[in-house]
Design a protein around this ligand. Structure first.
Ligand code: NAP
Length: 248
């Protein structure tokens, strides 16, 4: 069953990790995929070619999700290139960890701007064509850290908790236009982002997870596919945890 055949999906931050897995999964399911990257130019260009092998239309754009004007221009360009926009996946995100005592204003501002403002930027631009089409699915990547907090990640936790409030507000505002807005809260997923942690910390995380292992990017991509497709047509304003039972 091809769940999103012919739909156009825009995924931010798809050069690596979870975003890359989402782009691949959607292409595999017949969606046309527009995606962004920022610093990983070679990886972004390679992904475009990889996605095209699924026989769909794929295009990568170098675009900073935290830049409001760039986000507007990106959506305009995607509409010019693809003709429509059905699914928006706000995935781009970063960490700049540190205990609050030592956290700088710059660490705070960078994380809030890249993780949270980016979601506002892209969603604001994407809802215009979605409202016209009277249809759309928006999926925002939050985190279990946004639900319960985490020592050393006050900036990241605040950005991810902010995404949840934003997601629910958009669901309330745009439900009557048949635009759904949901969030996915991954737990510990094995990507470059979590690869920065030391081995002891990783082992402790794994032991605290009921399924006793870290998750894989494609396991988040599968949840994303569900929320993007008609399988979830009566679901909006929700946060779906993909965390092996970490936060129960
Ligand atoms: P990752 O491997 O570090 O990849 C992050 C991606 O975001 C990269 O493709 C990067 O592109 C892109 N990006 C960063 N800043 C950007 C910007 N300003 N504009 C556009 N793209 C930007 O991260 P990940 O582990 O896949 O995480 C993906 C999302 O899931 C994030 O929102 C993260 O917070 C969330 N999440 C992850 C985990 C986990 O355990 N891994 C858990 C919970 C939530 P370039 O390399 O090209 O700059």
């Amino acid at each position: 069953m091809n769940l999103v055949t012919g739909k156009v999906a825009l995924v931010t931050g798809a050069s690596r990790g979870i975003g890359r897995a989402i782009a691949l999964r959607f292409a595999q399911e017949g969606a046309n995929v527009a995606f962004t990257y920022l610093s990983s130019v070679e990886k972004g260009e390679a992904l475009e070619a990889e996605l095209a092998q699924f026989g769909i239309t794929a295009k990568g754009y170098r675009s900073d999700a935290s830049d409001h004007k760039a986000a507007e221009e990106l959506v305009t360009q995607v509409l010019a290139d693809f003709g429509r926009l059905d699914i928006l996946i706000n995935n781009a995100g970063i960490t700049r960890d540190g205990l609050l005592m030592r956290m700088t204003e710059e660490q705070w501002d960078t994380v809030i701007t890249i993780n949270l403002k980016s979601v506002f930027n892209l969603t604001k631009a994407a809802i215009k064509p979605m409202m016209k089409a009277k249809s759309g699915s928006i999926i925002n990547l939050t985190s279990v850290v946004g639900l319960r907090g985490n020592a050393g990640q006050a900036n990241y936790a605040a950005s991810k908790a902010g995404i949840i409030g934003f997601t629910k507000s958009v669901a309330l505002e745009l439900g009557s236009r048949n635009i759904r807005s949901n969030a996915i809260a991954p737990g510990f997923i094995e990507t470059e982002m979590t690869g920065e942690l030391n081995e002891k910390a990783i082992e402790e995380w794994k032991q605290s997870i009921p399924l006793k292992r870290g998750g894989q990017p494609d396991e988040v991509a599968d949840a994303c596919l569900f929320l993007a497709s008609d399988l979830s047509r009566y679901i909006t304003g929700q946060v779906l945890q993909v965390d092996g039972g970490m936060l129960t």
